[in-house]
Design a protein around this ligand. Structure first.
Ligand code: SAH
Length: 353
């Protein structure tokens, strides 16, 4: 065995070796490994990071979520023990803001954070020392209602893309080309994976699905039916079925090519909420609705909350107004981002939907 410890290889180099020895990898494999490397190696959030999320824009976001959760829990009869569960909690900011408000209403749940990134887990530990961490939902306690939040979590899960070729449907695969990677059609027929109604689409049509998002919603909905509780999935995405690739990469607050330097930018895809609601319903869960984030936050009183914060700190009123507009403005996050609410069938309907 020879001397120096090897530098960790870039993911691009690993992919090149893998593809050279075993053939093209699926786009889903490419995206999954790229994001595992990306989130495992850095804290990507905030102005010094690659992108900024709603809870990092303003405390109002997490506070209104905390209010919504407390309202649901109180109306459902204040059952204990109760669990706050967050998927992909980032820097823990949303949880801190939500739990601070919930406590004012007597809601002090056990805190469970589902996070795979060791780097972000350290940041979360400093913000939420009382929390328990989980690698996935399977170890979250199976008793007591669950109040679950996932903000910009589903969009990071790998998507699978199928493309219609003259020879039928194929999975989109990734191969190197010069300095970058490109997509090619795989060799296996995939027609059986395409719903019958969409099989006859034109050559070149791309269908994107996210098996991880579907599995997550399936599991959460089942937990809500069995244990009681409610869930909010918040993400950018569409509530109508549609075709095409929505894969994108963001680095340093700019869109970059997803096929250059995998693992160094955040890869995301639009969340297909149109497919997720029926999955929840199929488990007997209540679907409260999927509405634009701007409308939901307005319904919960973000304008009054911004006003109250400004009166307390007039020197920050311009910043508070600009954060509010970023969260609800139609050309900003207000329309593109959606809030999907789910609840146990024995729980009340939720505010804002
Ligand atoms: N919700 C936070 C962070 C969004 S970024 C916010 O709104 O600011 C995506 C988060 O999901 C990160 O915490 C990332 O580490 C985590 N994540 C990504 N893929 C994951 C997976 N497969 N399982 C668990 N967490 C994951």
């Amino acid at each position: 065995m020879s001397g120096e410890p090897a530098q960790p290889d870039t993911l691009a180099a690993m992919f090149r070796r893998l593809i050279a020895s075993t053939g093209p990898i699926s786009l889903m494999h490419y995206m999954g490994e790229a994001n595992a490397r990306y989130y495992g190696s850095k804290d990507p959030l905030g102005s010094a990071g690659d992108f900024i999320t709603a809870p990092e824009i303003s405390q109002m976001f997490g506070e209104l979520i905390g209010l919504w959760l407390a309202d649901m829990w109180i109306n459902a009869g204040r059952e204990e023990p109760v669990h706050y569960v967050e998927l992909g909690p980032g820097r823990g900011t949303l949880a801190v803001d939500a739990l601070r408000v919930a406590k004012r209403y007597g809601l002090e749940p056990q805190v469970h954070l589902v996070e795979t990134s060791a780097e972000l887990k350290d940041v979360q530990l400093a913000a939420l020392p009382q929390a328990q961490w989980h690698h996935d939902l399977s170890t979250v306690p199976p008793y007591g209602p669950i109040l679950l939040v996932a903000n910009e979590f589903l969009d990071a899960l790998p998507v699978r893309q199928l493309v219609k070729t003259p020879d039928g449907w194929r999975e989109r695969m990734v191969v190197p080309e010069g300095e970058r990677f490109v997509c090619v059609a795989g060799s296996q027929p995939m027609d059986a994976a395409v719903p019958e109604a969409r099989r006859g689409a034109e050559v070149g049509t791309i269908i994107e699905t996210c098996p991880g998002a579907a599995a997550t919603v399936y599991e959460v909905a089942g937990r809500l039916v069995e244990q009681g509780g409610a869930a909010l999935f918040i993400d950018y995405g569409h509530d109508q079925i549609r075709d095409g690739s929505t894969l994108q990469a963001v680095r340093d607050h700019l869109k970059v090519d997803p096929f250059v330097n995998p693992g160094e930018a955040d890869l995301t895809a639009h969340v297909d909420f149109a497919t997720l609601a029926p999955i929840a319903l199929s488990r007997g869960c209540k679907w409260l609705g999927t509405v634009p984030q701007g409308r939901w936050l307005r319904n919960l009183g973000i304008e009054a909350r911004a006003q109250a914060l400004s009166e307390r700190a007039p020197e920050h009123s311009a910043a508070i107004a600009s954060a509010r507009d970023r969260l609800i403005g139609e050309g900003q996050m207000g329309l593109l981002f959606k809030v999907m609410g789910l609840a146990s069938p024995s729980w009340p309907g939720g505010a804002g939907f």
